[in-house]
Design a protein around this ligand. Structure first.
Ligand code: SAM
Length: 256
């Protein structure tokens, strides 16, 4: 067991404040969103798209450059949604791109309404298998899902990283198992690829330095803020040490 508390033990307002400082709240990049989108048949101006667990909308704005339809991002944190909507407005996309406070397990859609469901680094909140099964109902026949999820890259791994993940998210699995889960949930597996290290190190972890500085400047005496920053540094150290054993995989599926 690690001495560093898990992220689940921290005050949500501290977590939200910290991640609101960052352009994205999980590993990914413009290039990777575009690479995943290359596997989706082009959609028209009537397309309806949902981005679940959208955070402040980093990947959503990339989606919007490629998909001409209506795109709605959902996230639990109102602060993230405010930043999302400000970004959509600044980019002149607010006529068709909007963020809503809402949960990925209670979507305001009718069966068969969506052309595409996107979710980068967020499906773990509901679980990979459950999310894929439940979201499928909202897709049109032949509609697509694009999700990135934590994967093991090897069949065995050192105890330190195994223990960390078993405490953080027991849903992590190997890619062959995840592909089988995607198929069993009613999708044709169109593609899957590993999200490169740079999406973790440069796009995700590097901006943590500034986020930590800002949080500490705002809450110099707050032990929860200091503890959360140490928690994030610990995760970053673990990633650097064990990145050959785990990372994110992008999965693209088509509703059968
Ligand atoms: N997709 C964004 C990205 O890649 O930058 C955010 C990824 S972040 C790791 C996970 C996001 O899921 C957070 O923004 C969090 O607030 C959101 N979240 C957690 N539980 C959720 C739920 N039940 N419904 C919708 N969003 C949720």
């Amino acid at each position: 067991m690690s001495d560093v508390p898990s992220i689940h033990e921290f005050d949500l307002s501290i977590i939200c404040e910290y991640f609101a400082e960052m352009p994205r709240q999980g590993p990914g990049s413009t290039e990777i969103t575009n690479r995943a989108l290359d596997f989706v048949e082009p959609l028209g101006p009537d397309a309806q798209v949902a981005d679940l667990g959208c955070g402040t909308g980093g990947q959503t704005m990339t989606l919007a450059q490629r998909v001409p339809g209506k795109i709605t991002g959902f996230d639990l944190f109102p602060k993230f949604i405010d930043l999302f909507n400000a970004q959509a407005k600044q980019l002149g996309l607010d006529d068709r791109v909007s963020g809503c406070v809402g949960s990925m397990d209670a979507l305001p859609y009718s069966p068969g309404q969506l052309d595409l469901i996107w979710s980068e680094g967020s499906i773990y909140n509901i679980g990979f298998e459950r999310g894929l099964r439940e979201w499928r109902e909202f897709l049109k026949p032949g509609g697509y899902v694009g999700v990135s999820e934590a994967s093991w890259f090897t069949d065995t791994r050192p105890a330190e990283i195994e223990d960390f993940w078993m405490e953080a998210y027991t849903g992590i699995n190997t890619v062959p198992v995840q592909l089988a889960q995607l198929q069993a949930a009613g999708y044709k597996a169109i593609a899957c690829f590993a999200v490169p290290d740079s999406c973790w190190l440069d796009e995700f972890y590097a901006p943590h330095d500034k986020a930590a500085e800002v949080l500490l400047a705002r809450h110099p005496e707050n032990p929860a803020a200091k503890g959360f920053i140490e928690n994030q540094r610990h995760e970053r150290r673990l990633y650097n040490k064990y990145k050959e054993y785990y990372g994110y995989t992008f999965f693209i599926g088509q509703k059968r």
